[in-house]
Design a binder for this molecule. Sequence first.
Ligand SMILES: *Cc1c(COP(=O)(O)O)cnc(C)c1O
Length: 436
Amino acid sequence: MVLTHSQQKNYGQDMKESAILSCNNNNNNNNNMITIKGMIGLIMSQIDDNNEIKKEVISLGMGDPTAYSCFTTSHLAQDAVLRTLSSANFNGYAPTQGLPTTRMAIADYLSRDLSYKLTMNDVFVTSGCTNAIDIALSILARPGANILVPRPGFPIYELCASFRQLEVRHFNLLPTRVWEVDLDAVESLADENTVAIVIINPGNPCGNVYSYQHLQRIAEVAKKLGILVIADEVYGHLAFGKNPFIAMGTFGSIAPVLTLGSLSKRWLVPGWRLGWLAVTDPTCMFKQPKVMQRLKKYFDIYGGPPTFIQAAVPQILEETDDIFFKKNINLLNQTSELCFEGINKIPCLSCPQKPDGSMAVMVKLNLSLFNDITDDIDFCFKLAKEEFVIILPGVVVGMKDWLRITFAVEPASLEEAIQRISCFCHRHAYQLDTNF
Ligand SMILES: *Cc1c(COP(=O)(O)O)cnc(C)c1O
């Protein structure tokens, strides 16, 4: 990408160059790749330098809804943690796989969605879903192995894989087919060294919620290929479209499933770092004593989340009121609609699919309609500098010249942000700028 001297001066070229460099490295499976946090940091630094008027910054970049007071966790969860903390009974180490009562509560919670029962021995407590991803990939890595990962996807998979020397092979999610997995591509990508396929449902960054039939088809392809399914269900139950949330473990007897999740998204407490890895494999295809022993041992490397947070989990999982969940689902449904409709009114942007779940959606940039925007990174850097709105360039999640928008935002702020994006697009668009 070549910029004029004045553009370089105007748009913090150093930062932008380092962002572009990092993204170009994304495909090379090395450790220089950029994460969502890394890219948002680079974009934010544009604002810090330029925000003399102290205009309100609106971030549709990171998926941390707790920035907005309408997304607050339940009193019950907070009180549960206060109680376990002040009891002084949980100041010591927990077993590295997690407190038994916590593992049991998570097993019961996940079993509600299954036709079979998980036991405490199937469940391991992790420091958020991120830690569960790293553990799953570490356990599966061996020399020459590869893993199938969706594009667009969640960059933590690539990052963990690169540190574990696990080769990543990308299959596409299809925007014209409600972001379903391109299963033909999956079959042609896999070989005898493929160990697993990653499925994120409800999806980040696409907002997809897969049907029962599609999930079953995925399981059948995994069976045919003789691989595991890693089911990232960190957005489990955050579904508000026509498809209900179906746990991948439902098909655990077709192909073994490692189910990953956490309290972070559904309970709106990403800072508590409480997650899990569950082996949903009722016919014990993967769950051999040796494998489970190794998995168990592997947890000795980690300390796990704070013991008092673990100790609060049984009460949180068993007693959280449905009203809390319904309120959040309704709010996410409302903001996803605001986002979908608002974005599709802007000439240079299009959103192929109204999100059916999670907290994020993909938006396509029509670059031919802009007179001075070269790509998605350029769009996001200029938008931040001129309008104080933060959006993630699609290239970070594997889709160049798309954007990822997080809609878990207070409705008024979201409307304001869309208004500013609209002004920005009109200002930078070809024919339209005369009307503005
Ligand atoms: C947020 C997120 C995670 C990480 O969850 P934590 O519990 O905060 O570690 C993992 N996978 C996806 C798809 C996510 O969006």
